[in-house]
Ligand binder design. Structure first.
Ligand SMILES: [Zn+2]
Length: 232
């Protein structure tokens, strides 16, 4: 096998220097494959570094996987090693929560009828005795790792964790069924509060309260839904 290694010899340096690639790199199948592998790695590495605290041996595992795939690609491995150093530095600087989850949308339905969709608050849905609301949290972009969802009710007594257990889908979306009998609910106008965070980096109630006060979060998404709870 006489693989073309021009991408490793010239293409990587051109990309690093921000220069345009010459047409060979589109025409040559070997170089196209090497470019595609490089692009996949370049796209994946920042996500890995920013979203997770990596296993101690993750660099060795990635390097071994690359070596298995392309045994003669010495320059690609050298580039990858440099990229890993950069990612490791980023992980040290921004230990957790620095990655952005996509914006999330929230919709509420009572039974089968949608009550509200999007960000415009209309009339707050009413949660009467014996009824329930289903809240759906939908990412508006790709979610690249597992997420966890917390659910609270904000009433006169402050923030109280809902008993409702959010169901989180592999897509990063979530559904929460809020029952009128949930012990966290009190009669009157309240706000349901949801936090969508990378798994392992969920905010606790104090962090959610700070986010409500300051309007800023640390790498997670805060969603709110006013509702009116009717007493029995
Ligand atoms: Zn080539």
């Amino acid at each position: 096998m006489s693989a073309c290694e021009r991408f490793e010899r010239e293409g990587l340096a051109a990309l690093d220097a921000g220069e345009a690639l010459d047409p060979h790199f589109d025409d040559c199948a070997e170089c196209r494959a090497a470019r595609a592998a490089h692009a996949r790695l370049a796209a994946a590495l920042p996500r890995v570094g920013a979203r997770y605290t990596p296993r101690g041996d993750w660099e060795a595992r990635v390097l071994a996987a690359v070596a298995r795939e392309r045994p003669s690609r010495g320059r690609l491995v050298a580039w990858l090693a440099a990229a890993l150093v950069a990612v490791a530095a980023a992980v040290l600087l921004f230990p957790r929560g620095a990655a952005e989850l996509p914006v999330y949308g929230l919709s509420v339905s009572a039974g089968e009828s949608p009550v509200r969709s999007g960000d415009t608050v209309q009339d707050a849905p009413v949660l009467g005795p014996g009824s329930a609301l289903t809240v759906v949290l939908q990412p508006e972009g790709a979610v690249t790792g597992p997420v966890a969802v917390g659910a609270w009710a904000l009433g006169p007594a402050g923030l109280r964790a809902l008993a409702a257990a959010p169901e989180v889908a592999a897509s990063g979306g979530a559904r929460v069924r809020v029952e009128a009998g949930d012990p966290a609910l009190v009669a009157g106008p309240i706000t349901l509060v949801f936090a969508v965070a990378p798994a392992g980096a969920q905010p606790d109630a104090a962090a959610v309260q700070r986010a409500l006060d300051t309007g800023t979060t640390d790498g997670w998404r805060l969603l709110r839904q006013p509702v009116v709870v009717r007493g029995p």
